[in-house]
Design a protein around this ligand. Sequence first.
Ligand code: NAI
Length: 248
Amino acid sequence: MRLEGKVALVTGGASGIGEATLHKLAREGAQVVVADINDDDARRVAAEIEDVGGSATAVKVDVAVYEQVEAAVQHAVETFGKLDVIFNNAGIAGGKPLLEHDPSVDYEPMIAVDQTGVYYGILAAGRQFVRQGTPGVIISTSSIYGEQAAELAFTYSAAKAAVISFTRSAAYELAGHGIRCVAITPGRVGTPIIQQFDDDLKATFAAEQLRDRLTEPDEIANVVAFLASDEANVINGTVVHVDDGYSV
Ligand code: NAI
């Protein structure tokens, strides 16, 4: 129970990595806020956590709208009295060859969610931690593509690189308030983002990781729970690679 007494908010909590992480954080004793644009599944996840004895609430949020992110943070405070951890994890994937881009379709929406959404999460949670006068942890989901170029990932890579940059700068700016910031870079995780593809493509993705297997969402969740805990107290302003060797 490494997170006993902590309150954690996870964006993109209604599916995949976020959902698995919420279950893990709750098992570690945290009270959790399931924040997602998909309201129905956010409520489902919160109910499933409560069914097994955890403490959870759901809130609808579009991370691309600052007022909604701020309201989600306030929902955490109104429900559980404070906020200790935010996991900025909501994201959308996909991409086209650069020269086929329509900026309003292939650039702006993804930057709004995957990049600006993380900025808003850092800003809203950072402000709340400072208001509370307590230390806080900000974990954000980047990607292997945040550190390297890849086919059909022009916009996604840019947004995920920004997540790493935000994490470094936020750690630098917020350390004086006792706030720690960490980015994670998953490789190929078996969530709906990957499961939508056919078996051949999934096998190709698996083969990109050193042990020829997709990562399970629970395996990412285990790392996030560690990073959220005081055991990770010296991990700050950096990137934790959770890619099973993809990037070696
Ligand atoms: P997922 O599709 O299972 O979950 C993403 C969640 O984000 C969904 O519940 C969705 O409703 C929510 N979401 C989308 N737009 C939103 C918005 N505007 N506001 C609030 N919520 C929104 O995907 P997965 O795989 O769990 O992805 C989680 C994060 O991990 C994403 O940031 C993704 O880019 C990143 N990632 C995933 C990898 C993978 O192989 N699955 C690899 C590297 C990074």
